[in-house]
Ligand binder design. Structure first.
Ligand code: ADP
Ligand code: MG
Length: 339
């Protein structure tokens, strides 16, 4: 018997893990929407109150869960998405850690309603601070609804650390845009404080970008396409004359997953060499498809940083491909008379 070492009780372990997974309301939005995508929903509704501080609800028309899974989904390391370590290199889903719901339920009031298509009735569960409060049978449509209320209610330090509603809402919009851009084949609807904020019908990539960013987006976009064994690229970059003083809209996706990469950003900037007014940056919406075994997405809990086996080749292919596209669309160098 050990003298001083003890295993932490589950609810304590969950609260510690939650610190990593859930930084702010936007983290909950990301995890719940990704679960809805993984459940093969074709319609996802996001309902937010007070920038997610009082309510974050995600309603999907996906697979739903039976009563046993509905209970188990709140356990730590409980996942239907991988079975062994090899599966990590052949992921078909956004999730795989089985940590999000356990973490969220540890630090908020959570209500779940879920129903399988084949079943008559669904399951309704309330869990607060990792403790099951109630479970009953409910009449509900096929799919799943998670409501998350009073986030960080039991971690005052975290709750006080939250920024203004404007800032927290901006983070939520960022997550919403990322997943909406990655999945134009899903209908997304979003409400904030009772008002419709976005309604994005099922469409193609170009139309999804235009629906999200409105204005003159369509005429700004130059298509990019490339097909090699290492990487396939599709998407759009903005014409240089539309480059912006602030960063513009910049999105990179790898195998349908939003990622951040300073390295690939550099490749893009490099492709615009001589075409941009000083201090401006283009917008870009670029989708990369790479063989699953050539990336590792398990290096960070939020999974926005990934590791490519052959980063250098991807850099070179991306740069050449954008240069080619800009050339094809007759983009000429900027004549900067101010200098
Ligand atoms: P992960 O997504 O990494 O598997 P989560 O904690 O996010 O872990 O979810 C745990 C499990 O709960 C999932 O693997 C899935 O089986 C189930 N689940 C979660 N959300 C949904 C949903 N919206 N629809 C159907 N099943 C869901
Ligand atoms: Mg998940």
């Amino acid at each position: 018997m050990s003298a001083k070492i003890k295993l932490l009780p589950d609810h304590v372990a969950n609260q510690i893990a939650a610190g990593e997974v859930v930084q702010r309301p936007a983290s909950v939005v990301k995890e719940l929407i990704e679960n809805a995508v993984d459940a093969k929903a074709t319609e996802i509704k996001l309902i937010i109150k007070e920038a997610g501080k009082t309510l974050i609800q995600v309603i999907d028309n996906g697979s739903g869960m039976n009563v046993i899974d509905a209970r188990m989904c709140f356990d730590r390391h409980a996942t239907s998405k991988i079975k062994n370590a090899e599966d990590l290199f052949d992921l078909h889903t956004k999730g795989f850690r089985g940590e999000a719901l356990a973490s969220i339920a540890a630090i908020a009031h959570v209500e779940l309603k879920t129903k399988l298509e084949a079943e008559e009735l669904g399951t309704h569960i309330i869990i607060e601070g990792s403790k099951f409060v109630s479970q009953d049978v409910v009449v509900s449509p096929k799919g799943t609804s998670f409501s998350v209320k009073n986030l960080f209610y039991n971690i005052p330090a975290r709750r006080n650390f939250l920024k203004s509603d404007t800032v927290e809402f901006r983070h939520i919009i960022d997550e919403f845009q990322r997943v909406a851009l990655a999945h134009p084949n899903i209908h997304f609807i979003m409400y904030h404080n009772g008002e419709e904020y976005a309604n994005l019908p099922i469409s193609n990539y170009r139309q999804r970008i235009v629906n999200l960013f409105a204005g003159k987006t369509n005429e700004k976009l130059v298509p990019v396409t490339e097909n090699t064994d290492i990487v396939a690229i599709h998407g759009f970059v903005s014409k240089p004359e539309f480059a912006k003083k602030n960063k513009g809209e910049q999105f990179l996706f790898v195998n349908d997953r939003y990622i951040k990469s300073g390295y690939l950003h550099h490749a893009i900037m490099n492709a615009y060499d001589g075409l941009l007014k000083e201090g401006t940056q283009p917008s870009y919406f670029l989708y990369f498809d790479v063989p699953k075994h050539t990336i590792d997405i398990n290096i960070h809990p939020t999974k926005t940083e990934i590791k490519f086996d052959d980063e250098q080749s991807i850099y070179a292919i991306l740069r050449a491909s954008i240069k080619h596209s800009l050339g094809q669309f007759n983009v000429s160098p900027v004549l900067d008379f101010e200098r």
